[in-house]
Ligand binder design. Structure first.
Ligand code: PMP
Length: 450
């Protein structure tokens, strides 16, 4: 097939060891409708990965989003620099209306960029107010924040960082909060103890040197980790105590995926900076947002002699109107179809199903997550929580694929939090489709147990 050869010969795939494609055809996806996609050979799959990387939140084949983009592009496709656009203005207002306490939206086109902007905001505030001293950015083990060198410098996944150093100075790691793989044992106040790791790091570095902390509300690609009770209020308290900005990376969780509009809204906290990308327009167009409070924004206002102190940053494609035009329609769909509620409902349903699978199969060590961001961690010895070899997760994913189900899995990790199967179906998922996921997993685990 011509496309397969064109792809094999000239495309460099993300996250792929291409030598595999010498003996096996690359997968080419050609069509999507609702929760399903079709490959070039005519095979159909239920996609429990929302586009491979947790993006296509409102599902495939949304002609109303395509129409909104098309209409906007034929009126005005682009303008950037110091000017704004109509869809940019409309969407910014709609977005912050869902985020009480937040005020300003800065557009770019990827999650990594959104986080880079946030880092630059923190650094600039450090220069303006603290003589450049409050420049450090703390990040958490297992969290992922992007593919650029600075965002990788803020990423707590050794397996992704290896081979790309040296990193940007001023980024400091502190321990993860995964209770299943935790260091504090079986205690009632696990969440609080894990949050104190942030305070320890701030004190170690010196509070007057720490500008912000970046955290995923639910660690996604690092193993689908939800923080134990008590974690988040303590994190907020520590940030306020030491005047450290709280930056929540909602690139995966944002726009309803976890059963609330934003992941942090499960925990009653108020961030200073929130970054968004994948779900903003369900990836019908490339758009990301760095959202700040009015207080953060005010740091960049000045008159008179100081007026050159503004945010000296630009992303060319932050001026594409396709992004906000798609995002406005995407938000309308989420609201009108009740997709945030559906994420909560179907998420609970799937999680309950995963619990039942765990009771049946020794291979499952832990199941966790919130809304439609769920994980199943595989172990070879449940009592000792010995991680299952990576090959097992690869095999499970391949067997699911053969049965018409696409799932995700964490990347190779040389630490213990590996081999987590990841589930991030589109937010329109029905109970029937959820049952298909559960039945497929049941039959795969049964075959593996034979
Ligand atoms: N933050 C998180 C939590 C992510 O999962 C990702 C992407 N997987 C990013 C940031 C980076 O986004 P992008 O790939 O669009 O640069």
């Amino acid at each position: 097939m011509q496309t397969i050869e064109q792809d094999r010969n000239h495309v460099w795939h993300h996250l792929s060891q291409h030598s595999v494609l010498k003996t096996q055809d690359p997968m080419i996806i050609v069509k999507g409708e609702g929760s399903r996609v079709w490959d070039i050979k005519g095979n159909s799959y239920l996609d429990a990965s929302a586009g491979g990387v947790w993006c296509v939140n409102v599902g495939y084949g949304r002609t109303s989003i395509a129409d909104a983009i098309s209409q906007q592009l034929s009126t005005l496709n682009f303008f950037a620099g110091t000017a704004g656009t109509i869809p940019g203005a409309v969407f910014a207002e709609k977005l912050v209306a869902k985020m009480p306490g937040m005020s300003r939206v800065y557009y770019a086109s990827s999650g990594s960029e959104a986080n880079e902007k946030a880092f630059k905001i923190v650094r600039q505030i450090s220069h303006k107010k603290y003589g450049g001293k409050k420049y450090k950015i703390l990040y958490r083990e297992r969290d992922y924040h992007g593919s650029t060198i600075a965002t990788l410098s803020a990423t707590g996944q050794e397996e992704r960082r290896q081979q790309y150093g040296p990193f940007v100075p001023g980024f400091v790691e502190f321990p993860h909060c995964c209770e299943y793989r935790g260091q504090f044992g079986d205690v009632d106040n696990y969440g609080e103890l894990a949050a104190l790791e942030l305070e320890n790091a701030i004190l170690r570095e010196g509070p007057d040197t720490v500008g912000s902390v970046i955290l995923e509300p639910i660690t996604a690609g690092g193993g689908v980790i939800t923080a134990p009770q008590g974690y988040w209020p303590k994190i907020q308290e520590i940030c306020r105590k030491y005047n450290v900005l709280l930056h929540i990376d909602e690139v995966v969780c944002g726009l309803g995926r976890t059963g609330k509009w934003f992941g942090y809204q499960h925990y009653g906290i108020q961030p200073d900076i929130v970054t968004l990308a994948k779900g903003v327009a369900s990836s019908y167009a490339a758009i990301s947002c760095t959202v700040t409070t009015e207080a953060v924004f005010q740091e960049f206002l000045a008159d008179g002699a100081e007026k050159d102190v503004y945010f000296r940053d630009i992303s060319t494609f932050g001026g594409c109107t396709a992004g906000p035009a798609a995002a406005i329609e995407n938000m309308r769909i989420i609201e009108e179809e009740g997709l945030v509620e559906n994420s909560a409902l179907m998420g609970d349903y799937l999680l309950a199903g995963f619990q039942q699978l765990k009771e049946k199969f020794e291979l499952i060590g832990d199941v966790r997550g919130k809304g439609l961001l769920l994980g199943i961690e595989l172990v070879s010895d449940r009592a000792n929580k010995t991680p299952a070899p990576e090959q097992v997760a690869i095999r499970v994913a391949a067997m699911c694929m053969q049965k018409g189900l696409i799932i995700g899995r964490t990347n190779r990790s040389f630490e213990q939090l590996n081999n987590t199967l990841c589930f991030c179906p589109v937010m329109t998922i029905t109970q029937e489709e959820a049952d298909f996921i559960l039945q497929t997993l049941d039959s795969v685990f049964s075959e593996l147990s034979l």
